[in-house]
Design a protein around this ligand. Structure first.
Ligand code: DNO
Length: 347
C-alpha cells in the first residue's frame, strides 16, 4: 500500500510541505486543472506538478482525474477524436512516471451531496445528503452545492436532453467501447485505469448510472478483462448504497483495486447520511473490515484518506480540509500496519 493525499495543484491552499509532514505519506494525487475536457494535457504542465511534488519529497504516481468527455459517454460519432486525446493523455502520464489514472463514467455530474456544511454536535462540519432536500431542488434550473459552474443553465439543460434515450445498457456499451479504445495505450505506458464508483450509486436526475454495485463490477471485468481495467474502491460512494456489502466487495476485487478512497459516513435514517471522521466507530462503514479484506486479498495499490470534516476552525474546501484528512491518514496507516503484521505472523 502507498499512502497518498489529494493535492489540487498550485492553487491548493494546503502547501506540499504540510502534506509531507503527515507521517507515512509517499505522494500526491493531482491533475492538470486548467486544460478543458477533451484536450491533450501539456506534458510540461505534468512535469511541473511532478517537480513541485518531488521538491517536497513526494511522488506523483496517481492522477485524479482525467475527465471523460460527455461525447464519449453519449456515444456520439465525435467520440473517436476524444478517445484519441485520452490515449495521448495516458501516454503522457506514463512518460512522467504516473502509474494509475482515476476517472469516472457518471453522465454530467460527478459526486453529489445536498449540504456541504452539515453541522455536527461537536462543532465540526461535513458533507451530507438528504432525500427531502434533494426533492426540493429546482430540476429546471439546477444549482448544485459544490458543483463547479462549468455549464450555463442552457448548456446543462441541453446536455440533460441529449441523455434522453441513453439507457443503462447503452451507457455500459459506451464505457466498454471507451475502455477497449484506451487499453492499448495503458498496455504501452503501463498505466492502470481505476474507475471511480457513481456517487451516490443510483440514478439521479433521470441519468443512468452503471458503476455502483457488485454485479456492475462483475460485468465490467467480464467485458474488458485487461488487467489495466481496474477500480477505485471508494467506501463513501459505495457505502451510500445500503445494498452493498463493502468488506465482501473489497475482498472480491482487492486485486483489481488500484486505488482506495477510504472514508466514513453515518446514516441518520434509511436514506439520509452525513460524512464523518474516518474511524470505524464513527459511522456505518466498517473501515477496519475493509482494510483487512483488502490486505488479506492482495491489495497493493494506492490509498488516500477521502472526504474529512472541517475541524479546529479550519475553513477548508468541503471534504478536503487538511486536519481531518491528516487524522484519517494516521488512522488508516495504523490499521494497515496492524493488519499487515497480523497477516505476516499468520494470524
Ligand atoms: C470526490 C472525488 C470524485 C472523484 C471523481 C473521479 O471527492 O472522489 O470527484 O475525483 O469522481 O473521477
Amino acid at each position: 500500500m502507498k499512502l497518498t493525499f489529494r493535492w489540487y495543484g498550485e492553487k491548493d491552499s494546503i502547501p506540499l510541505s504540510y502534506i509531507k509532514q503527515i507521517q507515512g505519506m509517499t505522494g500526491v494525487v493531482t491533475a492538470v486543472y486548467d486544460t478543458p475536457v477533451g484536450e491533450v494535457w501539456d506534458i510540461e504542465k505534468l512535469l511541473r506538478l511532478k517537480e513541485l511534488a518531488a521538491a517536497a519529497g513526494l511522488e506523483m504516481e496517481v492522477i485524479e482525474s482525467i475527465p471523460v468527455h460527455e461525447d464519449i459517454k453519449l456515444g456520439l460519432p465525435t467520440r473517436d477524436r476524444y478517445i484519441d486525446v485520452y490515449r495521448q493523455n495516458i501516454l503522457n502520464c506514463g512518460k512522467v512516471g504516473v502509474k494509475c489514472v482515476c476517472y469516472n463514467f457518471m453522465p454530467v455530474f460527478d459526486w453529489f451531496r445536498t449540504d456541504l456544511c452539515y453541522k455536527h454536535a461537536d462543532g465540526s462540519t461535513s458533507l451530507s445528503y438528504s432525500e427531502a432536500d434533494f426533492a426540493k431542488l429546482d430540476k429546471k434550473n439546477l444549482r448544485l452545492p459544490g458543483w463547479d459552474e462549468s455549464y450555463t443553465p442552457e448548456q446543462l439543460n441541453s446536455l440533460l436532453e441529449a441523455y434522453k434515450g441513453v439507457t443503462h445498457e447503452k451507457l455500459f456499451e459506451n464505457l466498454v467501447y471507451f475502455l477497449n479504445g484506451i487499453m492499448p495505450a495503458c498496455d504501452e505506458a503501463d498505466v492502470d485505469m481505476a474507475i471511480h464508483p457513481d456517487d451516490p450509486p443510483w440514478d439521479i436526475f433521470d441519468l443512468p448510472r452503471i458503476v455502483g454495485r457488485e454485479s456492475d463490477y462483475d460485468r465490467l471485468f467480464a467485458a474488458v478483462p485487461n488487467k489495466h481495467n481496474g477500480i477505485t474502491f471508494c467506501t463513501g460512494s459505495l457505502g451510500a448504497g445500503r445494498f452493498n456489502d463493502l468488506p465482501k466487495m473489497a475482498a472480491k476485487y482487492a486485486k483489481r483495486t488500484y486505488f482506495a478512497h477510504l472514508r466514513q459516513l453515518k446514516f441518520v435514517n434509511d436514506t439520509d447520511f452525513y460524512e464523518n471522521g474516518h474511524q470505524t466507530a464513527e459511522g456505518n462503514v466498517d473501515i477496519y473490515a475493509i482494510v483487512k479484506a483488502l490486505v488479506e486479498n492482495g491489495f497493493t495499490g494506492y490509498l488516500r484518506p477521502d472526504h474529512g470534516r472541517n475541524v479546529w476552525g479550519e475553513e477548508g474546501k468541503p471534504g478536503y480540509g487538511l486536519y481531518d484528512r491528516a487524522m484519517g491518514a494516521a488512522y488508516l496507516a495504523g490499521l494497515f500496519e496492524a493488519v499487515e503484521k497480523d497477516l505476516a505472523k499468520g494470524k
